[in-house]
Design a protein around this ligand. Structure first.
Ligand SMILES: [Zn+2]
Length: 618
C-alpha cells in the first residue's frame, strides 16, 4: 500500500506507511536489536538481524508487538548490506533493495512490479559522500514516485532525523546511534556528539538511561534522544515548520549543512513541489539558508515571471519593510500613507517594500504567502544574494511599470546598492538623510517629493481609485494564476464587492467568479470563474470516468493531474474536458497521481446538473 499522507513538507510525509503486514507511523523509527525505548510509543517496530535460510544471506526482521513481522533476506556483502553499486534485488513482496546508482534499464525492470518499500542499501556510504545521497533520493522519487516508503539503513543519528525526513527518507533506524553510544558518545540533537562526562557533570539529560544506577546507560540515552527528536520532528512537520528545524540542526554537524546545500541545489524543484502555497503562522528566517527556502524562492521567481505593476501606478515609492505584517498595518507604513493621503491622485502612488528574503513586495502582494508570514533579524547588513534579489525586483518593476518618477524613502547608506538599478534621467528622488524613516524631516521630505511627482503627472481622463483596486487585484491574480488566466478572469464586465481587502468578484450578470480574503492571500474560484478562464486556466485534475463525484476527490479517483499543482492551489476538476467542479488542492499534482491513498482535492463548488440532464417534462 505504501504511504498514506496526512500532510507533507518538502519531501517529508507525515502519515502512515504500510508494507506487507506492517503499518507504521511516518516518519518512523526502527529500533535496532529490538531495543525499544522505555516510554510508550505508537506501533514501534523492532529491527533484528539474524541468519537467513540460505547461506550467504542475512535476514532482517521488522516486527511489531502484536506479532506482525516482515522478513527481508539480503545477501551479505561487507561493508554494506546488499549487493554492489548498480544492483537491486526483491527480497520480499513489495520490497526492493537498491545499491545506487541504478542503470536506466534496471529502473524499468524495478517499475514493472509494485513497490511499497525501497531499501537504499548503500545509503550510509552515499551519505558520507554528500551529494550522491541527494542524487540517489532524487532518482528513487523520480523513478518510483511518491508512494513507496524509503529506508536508508544505518544513516540516522537523532540530529539527522529532520533532514532525512525532509529528503523523503521515511524510515530511520537506531543502529548508528547505538554504535556511537557503545563507542562512548553522548547523543545530543542540538549539539551533535558530546563527551558524556561533560554532559553528566552538568546534569544535561533527565532521561531514564541517564538516571540509571550505578552507571548511566549511554545506549538507553541514545534511544531517548531518537524518541525525543522524532516527536519534535513530527510536531514540526504537522505545524509546517520542518524546514526551520532542519536549518536549526545544521549546528550539530557540518554534514547536515552540506547535505541541505546539496538538496537546495539538486532537489530545488522537488522541495518546492512539496511546499504549500498557503501561509501558516509566522516563520523565522534567521540563518543564511532561509534565503533559499522553497516558498521564498518561489515568491521571487513568480514575481519576476508573472507580476506586472498596475498600469495606473505612475509614481513608484520604495520603502523599507516592517516587522508588523502585513506592512500596511505597521506604524511606519501608516505614517508613509498619511504623508500622501491628502495629495490629489494619491492612488497613483505604488508603494513597494524592500525586504529579504523576498526581494521587493508591492502593496497588493502583501498578503500573498509568505509575505505576511515571515520574521527576519534586521541589522542593515545585506549579503550578496539578498542584494541581487532586491536589485532584480526593482529592475523588473521599472522595466514593466508605467512609472513617471521614483521616490526612494530608504536610508541611502544602507540601500546605496540600489542606485544603479534606479538610474535614468532625473528619475529617482531620495528623501532621507538619516536612519529614521519616520522622523518629521524625513516624512516632510517624503510628502514634498510625492506632491512634486504627482503634480508632474500628465492630465487627462485618469482612471479613478476603483479602477486602481481592480488593477491591483488583477496583478495579484496574475501571480497566482499566470497572466493569461488573470486577464481572462478580469475581463470586461467584472464587478468588485465588499470592502477593500475582502473581495468578491462577479460578472455582469451577478454570477460569483471568485473570492479573496486577506488572511489567505489567494483567490478561490467558482465554477463560473473557471468557465470564464477556460483554457487559460491550466491547473486541471482529470477525474476517473468510473468515479461519481460526491464530496472531496481522493487519489484513487484521479486519472491525471497537472504537475504544476501545489497544495492550496485553486484547481478545476474535469472529465473529458468538461468542468465538473472547482476546489483546493490538498496535494501537489505529482502526489495526486503517485499516491494510492489520500485526499487529492477539497471540493468547493460543484457544477449544478445541466438542464439537458434534467428529466424532460412531457
Ligand atoms: Zn539521557
Amino acid at each position: 500500500m505504501g504511504r498514506a499522507v496526512e500532510t507533507i513538507e518538502g519531501l517529508a510525509v507525515l502519515g502512515t506507511g504500510t508494507v506487507g503486514p506492517l503499518t507504521v507511523p511516518l516518519p518512523g523509527l526502527l529500533f535496532a536489536g529490538g531495543n525499544l525505548p522505555s516510554e510508550p510509543m505508537e506501533r514501534p517496530v523492532a529491527l533484528r538481524s539474524g541468519a537467513a535460510a540460505r547461506p550467504g544471506e542475512r535476514r532482517l526482521r521488522l516486527s511489531q508487538p502484536e506479532g506482525r513481522e516482515l522478513a527481508i533476506d539480503l545477501p551479505i556483502l561487507a561493508p554494506e548490506i546488499a549487493g554492489g553499486p548498480g544492483s537491486f534485488s526483491r527480497p520480499a513482496t513489495g520490497v526492493v533493495a537498491l545499491h545506487w546508482p541504478i542503470p536506466p534499464e534496471s529502473w524499468a525492470e524495478i517499475q514493472s512490479t509494485p513497490t511499497d518499500l525501497v531499501l537504499l542499501g548503500n545509503g550510509r556510504t552515499l551519505w558520507a559522500e554528500g551529494a550522491p545521497f541527494v542524487r540517489a533520493v532524487a532518482d528513487v522519487r523520480r523513478e518510483l514516485g511518491a508512494s513507496p516508503l524509503l529506508w536508508s539503513p544505518r544513516t540516522a543519528l537523532p540530529h539527522r532525523l529532520p533532514l532525512l525526513a525532509y529528503l523523503s527518507v521515511d524510515l530511520a533506524d537506531t543502529t548508528l546511534g547505538l554504535w556511537r553510544a557503545a563507542e562512548g558518545d553522548f547523543l545530543d540533537a542540538t549539539l551533535g556528539l558530546l563527551d558524556p562526562s561533560d554532559s553528566r557533570r552538568e546534569g544535561r539529560c533527565r532521561c531514564a538511561g541517564c538516571a540509571e544506577a550505578p552507571e548511566p546507560s549511554l545506549a538507553r540515552h541514545a534511544l531517548a534522544a531518537y524518541g525525543d527528536e522524532m516527536r519534535l520532528l513530527r510536531a514540526a512537520l504537522r505545524a509546517g515548520r520542518l524546514r526551520e528545524l532542519v536549518e536549526i540542526r545544521q549546528g550539530a554537524e557540518p554534514a547536515v549543512a552540506e547535505m541541505l546545500r546539496h538538496a537546495d541545489r539538486l532537489l530545488a524543484d522537488r522541495l518546492e513541489e512539496g511546499t504549500s502555497l498557503l501561509g501558516q503562522g509566522i516563520r523565522s528566517y534567521i540563518l543564511r539558508e532561509s534565503f533559499r527556502r522553497p516558498e521564498a524562492a518561489r515568491f521571487r521567481r513568480r514575481f519576476l515571471e508573472r507580476y506586472r505593476p498596475p498600469p495606473s501606478k505612475q509614481v513608484l515609492l520604495l520603502v523599507p519593510c516592517s516587522k508588523t505584517k502585513p506592512y500596511r498595518n505597521s506604524r511606519s507604513h501608516r505614517r508613509f500613507a498619511d504623508a500622501a493621503a491628502e495629495l490629489p491622485r494619491a492612488e497613483r502612488i505604488h508603494t513597494v517594500s524592500v525586504t529579504s528574503p523576498l526581494g521587493v513586495v508591492p502593496r497588493e502582494l502583501e498578503d500573498l504567502p509568505p509575505a505576511r508570514q515571515y520574521d527576519i533579524p534586521v541589522t542593515g547588513d545585506w549579503d550578496e544574494s539578498e542584494r541581487e534579489a532586491v536589485v532584480a525586483g526593482v529592475a523588473h518593476l521599472i522595466r514593466e511599470g508605467a512609472y513617471r518618477s521614483v521616490v526612494v524613502h530608504l536610508d541611502p547608506q544602507e540601500y546605496g546598492f540600489l542606485a544603479p538599478a534606479l538610474e535614468g534621467p532625473g528619475r529617482a528622488v531620495w528623501t532621507r538623510s538619516d536612519e529614521r524613516s519616520t522622523s518629521p524631516e524625513a516624512l516632510g521630505s517624503l510628502r514634498e517629493a510625492l506632491a512634486t511627482a504627482l503634480a508632474g503627472l500628465p492630465g487627462g481622463a485618469a482612471a479613478g481609485p476603483l479602477q486602481v483596486v481592480r488593477e491591483e487585484l488583477a496583478a495579484l491574480a496574475a501571480v497566482q494564476f499566470g497572466r493569461e488566466g488573470a486577464s481572462a478572469l478580469f475581463g470586461p464586465d467584472i464587478r468588485l464587492h465588499g470592502r477593500p481587502w475582502f473581495q468578491r468578484i462577479t460578472d455582469g450578470a451577478g454570477r460569483d467568479l471568485a473570492t479573496w480574503q486577506e488572511t489567505r492571500g489567494l483567490f478561490q474560484l467558482t465554477v463560473a470563474g473557471a468557465d470564464r478562464m477556460g483554457s487559460a486556466f491550466p491547473l486541471r485534475v482529470e477525474v476517473d470516468p468510473s468515479v461519481t463525484l460526491q464530496g472531496d476527490l481522493f487519489t484513487a479517483g484521479v486519472r491525471w493531474a497537472d504537475p504544476a499543482i501545489r497544495i492550496g492551489d485553486a484547481v478545476v476538476l474535469t472529465r473529458q474536458g468538461e468542468i465538473l467542479a472547482v476546489g483546493e488542492a490538498s496535494l501537489p499534482g505529482p502526489f495526486m497521481v503517485g499516491l494510492r491513498r489520500g485526499r487529492a482535492v477539497e471540493v468547493r463548488h460543484r457544477r449544478h446538473p445541466s438542464r439537458a440532464a434534467a428529466p424532460t417534462p412531457t
